[in-house]
Every structure is written in C-alpha cells, then in structure tokens.
Design a protein around this ligand. Structure first.
Ligand SMILES: *[C@@H]1O[C@H](CO)[C@@H](O)[C@H](O)[C@H]1NC(C)=O
Ligand SMILES: *[C@@H]1O[C@H](CO)[C@@H](O)[C@H](O)[C@H]1NC(C)=O
Ligand SMILES: *[C@@H]1O[C@H](CO)[C@@H](O)[C@H](O)[C@H]1NC(C)=O
Ligand SMILES: *[C@@H]1O[C@H](CO)[C@@H](O)[C@H](O)[C@H]1NC(C)=O
Length: 479
C-alpha cells in the first residue's frame, strides 16, 4: 500500500513540473491544493449560480441574492438541485465544464516549454497578448448567428489557463497586498493597457536561504509598479546567469525541485504559488490567496458587468455555451411536396393542436422547430423560435408545391431536425411517402439515439395516390 502511494506521488511530481497550479486533483501534492480543475469549475459554477439567481424559476427553493452563489461546497449537482428542485439533470452542464477543464489542462501538454503560455520568464506582455488574441477570437466566434460552441469552449479553456497562471507565477499577488490582494481587472482584455514588466537591467529577487520553507517569503525586491515572474529551466526563455556563490540578487526563478535555475543561478529560490507544499512552492503561503483570486477572476470572466462574456454575447449564447438550458424542443418535420396538397390542412390542424396542448403550461417545450422538406432534398428549411405564437403562424402559412413524384426525402428533413433539436425532444414527422433517401438511415438512427429523441411518424398515406381521409392521421412510433 505504502509503495503504491509513493509511486503515485512521484508520478504527480513529474506531471506538475512546469505547471502553475496543478492541472487536476490527481497531480496535486498537498490534497488541499487548488488545481486548475478546481479553480475553473468553481468559477464557472459561481457565474452560473449568479445567472440562476437573476433568472429564478418556480421550482427554485431559494433563489434570493446569495442563496445559490453562496452554496457551501458548490457542485453542479447541488446547484441544479437547489434551482430546479431535483427535476433536471446537471449532466449536460457538467459536460460543458469538463470540456473547459480539458482544454485548460491541455495547454500544459501542448505548450510545456513555452514561457509565454505560463506567464513565466517575465513574458508578461507576451502572455497578455495571447490572452487578448484568444478572447478576441472567442468573441468573434460567438458573434456568429450559429456559433461553434465546441470551438468557443476550447478558446475559453486556454484563456482561463493563462488567466489562472497569472496569479500563481507573477508577483501580482505580493505586489497588490499579499493576503489582502485583489484581482487585476485589465488582464487579457484588448484595449486595456497593463503594467510594464521589469526590464532586463533590473534585479527582481534576492537569494533565499537553503530551503524554501519559511525563509523564501520576502525575496521579491522589484520596486514600484513593475510586474515580474519566475524563470523556469527547460523553458524557452532562459534565466540570465549569475553566480549564486558571489551574487545575492538577480532575476526570480519559478522554483521547486524540477527547476534547476532555482539553485544554479542567483537569485536562488523562487516565487511560484502552485501548491501549499513548501518544497514545491517558495511562496506556498500565498497559494490559497492566489487560487481565490484565480477563482474570482474566472467568475468575472463570465459575469463582469462591462467585460463579462455574458454581457458581451447575451444570455442566450451564455446558456448554450455552458449547456444550462432545461427543457426540450417540439419539432415538426413536414413534407411540402405537391402530393400533400389534400392533407396539409389536416396536418396544420393537428400541429396547431399539439402546440396548444402545452402552451403556457410547465410542460411547454423550451423551443419550437419547424422543418419542411421538398423534392429534391436540398429544399429543406429550418426555423426555430421560443415563442409559440411564431410556430403557430409558420404552421398556418405552410404551402405545398412541386415534387409530384414519390417517394420523398423525409430522412433529409429528419436529419436536419435531429441536428438542431435539444436532447429528449419530441419530433413529429408528417409525410405521405416512404423515404427516397434510405441510405441515411444508420446515421440518423444514431443521431436520434444519442439525443434520446422521440420520433413519431404521422402518416397520411404511403404515396399510393389513394388518400386516406383527414381524420385518419395516425401515429406510428419509431424508437
Ligand atoms: C434564502 O437564502 C438566503 C441567502 O443565503 C438566506 O438569508 C435566507 O434565509 C434563505 N431563505 C429561506 C426561506 O431559506
Ligand atoms: C458582431 O457582428 C456584427 C455584425 O454582424 C458587428 O457589427 C459587430 O462589430 C461584431 N462584434 C464583434 C465583437 O465582433
Ligand atoms: C380541425 O379540427 C376541428 C376539430 O378538432 C374541426 O372542427 C375542423 O374542421 C378541422 N379543420 C380542418 C381544416 O381539418
Ligand atoms: C437544388 O439543387 C438543384 C440541382 O442541384 C438546383 O438547381 C437548385 O437550385 C437547388 N435548390 C436550392 C433551393 O438550393
């Protein structure tokens, strides 16, 4: 048992190597350490808790100011239980969080040796420029009418990694008050200047004594409002060499057992706040403070009233990005080829009835989707709305045209519907024909299964040109 524990620990040491904050709980040395995973998750949960407080639903047991944001030991499960009264699964939200965390942690794998991806080696301006570029690209991505949310989460994961590293690797926490430090708001925002980094001519640290434990807390000597950060061996920005035997001052190191610059060149020691463990972090005493600021800033990245993502892209995209919508879609897939002419009024009658059944009730869907398809298959239209009056209007306005041969392209319509529908949605398909595009059936079946859609065919015939009468519209379940 003891040996297994030891080997896990050793593995952890290698993984954590250059990292500022450790990537995840399995790489943390001290079990109380805050990792990038913790920091990202708590920051996102608090931002969503705030959104929920401002958008209370009936099921919410206590949605007053502070009731959700102040939940002790907040998790997605606890937040959802409190907000939705146990009625809604947090699974999709948790998946979005996990996605952000994955891309955050991946920066360490992909950019291990690049100081500017870690705010190391006084690459303050360069790291900040990376953040600005990531954020601008993100805003651009989300500005599209149909954004790629996967790409957006990747950009956010990378951005938050840099943001969080700022607090562990630079002297900001020490400079802005140590235990009373505050967040550095202009970080990573295009158009907002940040403080200068100490130039090469200025020594920023004095050498610590033999250990990092308690005698390496007051080693920063950089004066005025200059930012600095530690140099780390093995990265592409190398610490200026000074003989530690004869010189006591020099640039700061990152520090820790895997940073040889911390002992081979003055100033001896380091300033990282990755861990509470004294051997790994010369500034271990500020680890909790750095993590607290990183969490706060992660939260503000989403909810800052001026620069927050929610403010800039709007609540709808914020919800889609973090997958926090509840509810499903009510989807109609309707054949508008000429052969439907006789049946279309009955279809309109039936669909209107389906919409009315739940309109204004707690069972109402989150949104309504109308897909029409014709012949050939490229004439498929998709309309989406959250307003039941819109869908009623669109359904009433449907006209049939063309495509008098049969059978028709119903699977193309179902595919379009399955792509835009929310999980667990009801899909009603109205057609009089057997599908003309059955080669798609496997792909569409897996789409339907994955999203747990309930598809019902409401057939009005099988394209025999012998019409059944309108009141014979009948459901046929497809699972
Ligand atoms: C709701 O939460 C707030 C903030 O935590 C608390 O002060 C208040 O007592 C709670 N109200 C109820 C009815 O539990
Ligand atoms: C978003 O797009 C609109 C035009 O579609 C443009 O006017 C606006 O500047 C864009 N905003 C951002 C942040 O790119
Ligand atoms: C729609 O249904 C109602 C009764 O449910 C019926 O009176 C009406 O004639 C129907 N309209 C059409 C166009 O089928
Ligand atoms: C559908 O495809 C046909 C043939 O490829 C083309 O002539 C027609 O313009 C297309 N219609 C639409 C709505 O794209």
């Amino acid at each position: 048992m003891a040996r297994i524990w030891l080997s896990l620990l050793v593995l952890g040491c290698f993984q954590r190597d250059t990292l500022c904050f450790l990537p995840n709980p399995f790489s943390a040395i001290d079990t109380n350490d805050y990792t990038h995973t913790d920091i990202t998750e708590i920051g996102v949960l608090k931002a969503v808790a705030k959104f929920f407080e401002e958008n209370a639903v009936q099921a919410c047991r206590n949605c007053s100011n502070g009731a959700l944001t102040g939940l002790p030991d907040i998790t997605a499960r606890r937040l959802y239980d409190q907000y939705y009264g146990g009625q809604v699964s947090e699974k999709r939200f948790q998946e979005a969080i996990d996605d952000l965390v994955k891309h955050n942690n991946k920066v360490d794998q992909d950019h291990y040796s690049e100081a500017a991806w870690h705010f190391n080696g006084e690459q303050i301006k360069e790291s900040n420029a990376k953040m600005q570029t990531l954020r601008d690209t993100l805003l651009n991505t989300l500005n599209s009418s149909n954004p790629n949310f996967d790409a957006a989460r990747e950009l956010i994961g990378q951005y938050l990694h840099l943001l969080q590293m700022f607090y562990s690797n630079t002297n900001w926490v020490e400079m802005s008050g140590g235990q009373t430090a505050v967040i550095y708001q202009p970080l990573g925002i295009s158009g907002l200047p940040i403080m200068a980094a100490a130039p090469p001519s200025i020594d920023t640290c004095r050498s610590c004594g033999g250990t990092y434990s308690s005698d390496c807390q007051n080693n920063l000597i950089v004066a005025g409002n200059l930012l600095t950060s530690g140099y780390k061996s093995g990265q592409d920005v190398v610490k200026p060499a000074k003989n530690p035997g004869s010189v006591a001052e020099g640039k700061c190191s990152h520090g820790g057992p895997r940073d040889s610059s911390a002992t081979s060149s003055a100033a001896v020691g380091g300033i990282n706040k990755d861990s509470m463990d004294t051997t790994y972090s010369p500034h271990h005493h500020l680890h909790e403070k750095a993590a607290e600021l990183a969490i706060d800033h992660t939260r503000l990245f989403f909810e800052d009233p001026t620069y927050g993502l929610r403010k800039l892209v709007g609540d709808d995209k914020f919800q889609d990005l973090l997958q926090i919508r509840s509810g499903n879609s009510l989807v109609f897939v309707i054949d508008t080829t000429g052969s439907m002419g006789k049946d279309i009024a009955a279809v309109q009658n039936k669909t209107a009835e389906i919409v009315s059944e739940t309109k204004g009730t707690p069972n109402a869907p989150y949104n309504y989707i109308l897909v029409t398809f014709n012949d050939p298959g490229n004439e498929t239209t998709v309309q989406k709305t959250t307003n039941p009056d819109d869908i009623q209007r669109w359904l009433a306005a449907i006209q049939v045209h063309g495509g008098d041969d049969c059978p028709e392209f119903s699977l193309t319509g179902i595919q379009a519907a399955s792509t835009v529908a929310m999980p667990n949605s009801n899909v009603f398909v109205f057609t009089d024909a057997t599908p003309k595009d059955p080669q798609k059936i496997n792909y569409i079946t897996s789409l339907i299964t994955e999203k747990k859609l309930r598809v019902q065919f409401l057939v009005t015939g099988s394209c025999t040109r012998k019409r059944v009468s309108h009141d014979h519209i009948h459901p046929r379940n497809v699972d």
